[in-house]
Design a protein around this ligand. Structure first.
Ligand SMILES: Cc1cc2nc3c(=O)[nH]c(=O)nc-3n(C[C@H](O)[C@H](O)[C@H](O)COP(=O)(O)OP(=O)(O)OC[C@H]3O[C@@H](n4cnc5c(N)ncnc54)[C@H](O)[C@@H]3O)c2cc1C
Length: 280
């Protein structure tokens, strides 16, 4: 793998929703990031902590493009959400203008037979380098100074950018009421379970609800299966509180959850979505 850093054209890989964002384009350079630590989250997911010289910070919810280049020059890239944005609780307008080395984190869920995710999750070791550019996305972001209630709904690895929001809220000392509903197949697939339990147990402003689609933990008395209107109504902040809503996961999950929340009375304009389909 090589780590070239030639200039790139203006970035145009934002999520579709960001067309509503201010008409600002960022020329994003490729950074060479070094793997500083790796942590196994589940049998098929790994978190990578990356040291990135020249990183100017990010807001929770944003993602990066990762580019891999083979010896023969073949190159491919994929999008990964920041699990930890590196510069916590700092609004873009007040971010340092001087380049700094920051540590960011990604969490990669292995897609069987995938080209990039098995390499990132299973083969990268501490000290290896990869190229990345970002932060990308100006729509699916939570502003740490915003005191409004927030409802997060994640499916599978769609929890990653939502975890970035939860971590940022904690580190920024925000008191914005947060509720997180995270849907996973089985307890063995639950990302960040211990950290979320610890954060929720010490902070009455953060409520975390797990939903299981295939197998629940021993002693579970609730339903098992796809989130339906009853489950969403029970776990989510009521529409009367006008929460900001962030929904992330596979495309069918996101569409189902968002349309169900609208049918429950949530304002469609307050629902922001991120789809983890193949990078297009
Ligand atoms: C904005 C954005 C943020 C993302 N953030 C994360 C993240 O934080 N963590 C993470 O693990 N992934 C994330 N993804 C998904 C990631 O970009 C890749 O799509 C994923 O890692 C698969 O890449 P691959 O090269 O291993 O598979 P590929 O070689 O691209 O695909 C192999 C096969 O799997 C299918 N496939 C590809 N991607 C997915 C997918 N996501 N789910 C199910 N099937 C798929 C393909 O259609 C193909 O059939 C994000 C995607 C987007 C668009």
């Amino acid at each position: 793998m090589t780590t070239t850093t030639e200039p790139e054209p203006l970035d145009e890989t934002d999520s579709p929703e960001s067309t509503d964002a201010p008409d600002v384009r960022y020329a994003l350079p490729w950074h060479v990031a070094t793997v500083a630590a790796r942590r196994r989250e589940t049998s098929s997911a790994v978190s990578l902590e990356l040291d990135v010289p020249g990183w100017h910070g990010a807001l929770p919810g944003q993602h990066v493009d990762v580019r891999l280049t083979a010896e023969d020059g073949y190159s491919t890239q994929r999008s990964y959400s920041l699990a930890c944005p590196g510069t916590m609780g700092v609004a873009r307008a007040t971010m340092p203008t001087e380049a700094t080395t920051a540590r960011i984190a990604l969490t990669v869920q292995v897609v069987e037979d995938g080209e990039v995710s098995p390499y990132l999750a299973e083969e990268l070791v501490v000290g290896d380098q990869i190229e990345l550019r970002g932060p990308i996305g100006h729509w699916f972001v939570w502003q740490p100074r915003d005191p409004q209630p927030v409802q997060l709904v994640g499916g599978g690895s769609g929890l990653v950018p939502l975890m970035s929001m939860v971590r940022t809220r904690h580190q920024a000392g925000s008191r914005a009421p947060f509720r997180l509903l995270t849907s996973v197949r089985t307890p063995a697939d639950a990302l960040y379970a211990a950290e979320l339990d610890a954060l929720a147990s010490q902070d009455p402003g953060l409520e975390v609800t797990w939903a299981w689609t295939r197998q629940a933990p021993a002693g579970w008395t609730g339903p098992v299966g796809r989130l339906d209107a009853d489950a969403l109504a029970a776990a989510c902040l009521p529409p009367e509180q006008h929460p900001h809503v962030f929904v992330c996961g596979p495309t069918p999950f996101v569409e189902h959850v968002a349309s169900t929340l609208v049918s429950l009375g949530h304002d469609a304009d307050r629902i922001r979505t991120e789809r983890f389909g193949p990078t297009g």
